[in-house]
Design a protein around this ligand. Sequence first.
Ligand SMILES: NC(=O)c1ccc[n+]([C@@H]2O[C@H](COP(=O)([O-])OP(=O)(O)OC[C@H]3O[C@@H](n4cnc5c(N)ncnc54)[C@H](O)[C@@H]3O)[C@@H](O)[C@H]2O)c1
Length: 284
Amino acid sequence: MAAVSGNLEGKVAFITGAARGQGRAHAVRLATEGADIIASDVCAPVSSSITYPPATAEDLAETVRAVEATGRKVLARAVDVRDLAAQEQLVADAKEQFGRLDIVVANAGVLSWGRLWELTPDQWDTVVDVNLNGTWRTIRATVPAMIEAGNGGSIIIVSSSAGLKATPGNGHYAASKHGLTALTNTLALEVGEYGIRVNSIHPYSIDTPMIEPEAMGALFAKHPSFLHSFAPMPYHRVADGKSEGLAAFMTPGEVADVVAWLAGDGSATLSGSQIAVDRGVMKY
Ligand SMILES: NC(=O)c1ccc[n+]([C@@H]2O[C@H](COP(=O)([O-])OP(=O)(O)OC[C@H]3O[C@@H](n4cnc5c(N)ncnc54)[C@H](O)[C@@H]3O)[C@@H](O)[C@H]2O)c1
């Protein structure tokens, strides 16, 4: 993690899917930079079609503990991004507590596997409903409060490499994440007049509970040609003049560094940009 800069001193950040993984890293990183945090997460299973373990209330409590350890304030709540009224209530309560809203990190998301014509309706509906419809609901709930606060701001939409390229074996996820790219670019044009910037990040292979090596292994064993779309990142960690070899994963903290940069004035010239967080793998 980069050193504390206080870059976001006095600002307030709203983060979805903040109980664990990348969302927790973003919450802690933005707090480290000086922002107060609104952290939400469903903290429960979203559907039986999601086969990896769900985040829990204890996970969100751990995010709260980690944010408070930075000295910043945090308002945390179990909220499903599919529930617009609950997100609006959280924004209203945050407005009362913090008086402003500057940063949104729309991070909540789910993943499942299967070829498009073999997916169950529940697999399709859950992934699209959480990733795309839920993110739109986050925008619907937060943007009016940002405009009303009148301080401009930065919105970071968490898409995926699957929001820029084909990913055989999870076309529903790719459809939802491509939808977020369109949402990002349209919103960037719509909120520019309020001094609000909107960019999407497109991570690849981050070490979080969403990654299911067994499910992926089974898919690639059945369809070896799909592996081409999930190539290893063409990048070696180098220390003391020695390569440590290909790293299969990046860490949530490494993605949080990019989110912190997008949240702050260092990225003031960027809006409507798609930031690949992929160590170059999408150039294959
Ligand atoms: N891990 C990767 O390799 C990777 C790569 C590209 C993009 N992403 C995206 O990054 C984001 C964060 O995922 P992660 O890797 O930290 O996985 P994760 O499963 O650890 O975190 C996702 C969080 O979102 C929450 N969430 C899920 N559905 C929700 C809902 N309906 N309402 C509120 N919260 C909900 C979960 O409870 C969980 O805490 C997701 O949007 C994911 O699609 C992940």
